[in-house]
Design a protein around this ligand. Structure first.
Ligand code: AMP
Ligand code: MG
Length: 535
């Protein structure tokens, strides 16, 4: 396997002086050198050909060397494996040192196209940051990470990638429901790939310990490697960097809101400074549109990380990142300016995103107002849809696809007929009562009036909408079905979903079964709508 390891992170940043894996506090260091734990009987379940091609190892996927490297059994001389040290705020509280408790990076490679990518094994065994846990990962959470990272990439949502998913042949004991019933489960490893895995929390730990030299070293390194276009590090560059992280984060939130993704654990250690979706744990996809929904059972009472709160939470996390780098700046003002820019930038781009979902990007309202106006005609449509969707459970993904099919001429249809056109999106028949039909038909007509004002042909509008509104997403129950089968030794559904989710915006008539509403049996099933952090 021909990989060119460059390992800038471990070459240039301060290392832990110890190389043992016992849980401990690690001071004045960005990482600890640590080897993956060998696995007893590894077998490959799935690989991503696109990621392998980017790395220039597309012809190695079947090789034994690939299998051994991706499951922790082979560390070559040019690798420099390590676990990163970071801290973070968990559910709003400072949690101190966290770090890679079960992720071990093999090193950084320079790809044939000239980009840098770090390869990281998740579930590779204990590290100094395992905090009493075992450092391993189970098959179910590894399937979820593999499939979702790849699905997100093909949806056009920034994300860490997944190169491979393998069984280790070893068992891992987990108490899935935290109810005192631990049971053995198959262990697995995912090889994740990203330009870097640096998190907001990577910057928070140093100032909490007064380690300002290390804080500066990490920030300077991050700017030189991940943000070279910002120029040489200086206080001005730090602010420019913070601004860029803020906008990348806003873009990420807009993408999550567009496709209906709920991360589930937006702690500051789970936010990438590159604006990538990172750490797929108890995430979920909204089936019926509900801004108050969270898949994470650990967060059910507070719902801090619910779907609709993600953009605000991201801003709160950015504030923590700002606090972390503050000791390197002369004043708080530029950081405060970035935080308020986050709001205006988010709102502006959220509106553009919604205009695209509606196929209304070229709409000039007849009254002369602009669609980007705060409280303008687009906002009325958005709010109107929110209120009507609150009246009857409506599948978000299906709704936008059927909306795209309605011709503007349908404005003249009677209420019932008009609402019938989006009927596929509704979950509960009894909720489709007279009041709802009136509200929904009023909204659809207002929408079609707007679409009419764009003067676009129906087909043109529909095609544009179908490029931003996916037909196929990794519905929670689909991932669970793949997990159930795979646990019995049949990995075919993983491969099938992986393949379908490569083209999420295209009609795939042979894959229609993966585009339907969540079935009733999945409504309250563990793994389908409720996920714990156990992984
Ligand atoms: P998370 O909320 O899953 O991102 O994890 C929070 C912290 O717990 C991170 O430091 C993880 O590395 C660590 N962690 C999670 N699961 C395990 C595990 N099975 N073994 C060791 N550390 C873990
Ligand atoms: Mg994490």
């Amino acid at each position: 396997m021909d990989l060119t390891f460059t390992n800038r992170f471990t070459k240039e940043l301060p290392a832990d002086s110890l190389t043992t894996n016992g849980s401990r506090q690690v001071n004045r260091a960005c990482f600890s050198r640590i080897h993956p734990t060998p696995t007893s009987a590894p077998s490959m379940i799935a690989t991503s050909i696109e990621v392998a091609t980017d790395l220039g190892i597309e012809n190695d996927l079947e090789s034994d060397e690939f299998l051994q490297v991706m499951t922790g059994n082979l560390v070559t001389n040019d690798m420099d494996p390590y676990a990163a040290c970071y801290g973070g705020h968990q559910f709003g509280n400072w949690a101190g040192q966290l770090g890679d408790g079960r992720a071990i990076a093999l090193g950084e490679v320079l790809t044939p196209s000239g980009t840098y990518q770090t390869l990281q094994l998740k579930g590779a065994g204990p590290t100094p940051y395992s905090r009493g846990a075992d450092g391993f990962a189970v098959l179910r959470s590894s399937i979820r990470e593999f499939l979702c990272s790849e699905a997100m990439f093909h949806l056009g949502v920034p994300t860490t990638r997944a190169l491979s998913l393998a069984l280790t042949g070893d068992e891992v004991v987990r108490d899935v429901l935290y109810d005192g019933n631990p049971a053995p489960e198959p262990g697995a490893v995912v090889c994740r790939v990203a330009p870097s895995f640096t998190r907001f929390g990577s910057f928070e730990l140093f100032p909490s310990r007064g380690e300002l030299d290390e804080l500066r070293q990490l920030l300077d390194f991050t700017i030189r490697t991940d943000f070279p276009h910002l120029g040489e590090p200086s206080p001005e560059t730090y602010v420019a960097w913070y601004q860029e992280v803020s906008r990348l984060t806003a873009d990420l939130m807009i993408n999550w809101m567009r496709v209906g993704f709920v991360h589930g654990v937006m702690n500051t250690d789970n936010l990438s400074v590159l604006g990538l979706t990172i750490d797929y744990g108890p995430y979920g996809w909204v089936d019926n549109y509900d801004p108050g929904w969270t898949p994470n059972t650990t967060d059910r009472t507070q719902s801090r990380y619910r779907f609709g709160a993600q953009p605000q939470v991201a801003q709160w996390n950015l504030a923590q990142l700002g606090n972390a780098i503050l000791p390197l700046l002369d004043s708080t003002e530029p950081l405060e300016a970035v935080l308020s820019d986050y709001v205006s930038y988010y709102q502006k781009h959220f509106r553009s995103m919604m205009a695209a979902k509606f196929g209304l990007t070229t709409w000039s309202p007849a009254d002369g107002s602009s669609i980007t106006d705060d409280g303008g005609p687009l906002d009325s449509l958005i709010h109107g849809l929110n209120s009507v969707m609150a009246m009857a459970e409506t599948d978000m993904t299906i709704f936008y696809r059927v909306l795209a099919d309605i011709p503007t001429s349908a404005r003249l249809e009677p209420d019932e007929q008009l609402v019938e056109r989006v009927n596929d999106a509704f979950y509960v028949e009894e909720q489709i009562n007279a009041k709802f039909i009136m509200g929904m038909s009023i909204w659809i007509r207002a929408y079609l009036d707007a679409a009419h004002e764009t003067e676009l042909d129906d087909e043109v509008r529909s095609a544009a909408m179908n490029q931003v509104n996916p037909k196929y997403v990794l519905r929670n129950y689909l991932a669970q079905l793949a997990i159930d089968k795979s646990t019995e030794g049949d990995h075919s559904l993983i491969h099938q979903l992986h393949e379908v989710l490569r083209r999420p915006y295209e009609e795939q008539p042979e894959a229609e079964e993966f585009a339907v509403k969540r079935p009733d049996w999945a409504r309250n099933r563990v793994g389908c709508s409720q996920l714990s952090c156990s992984s």
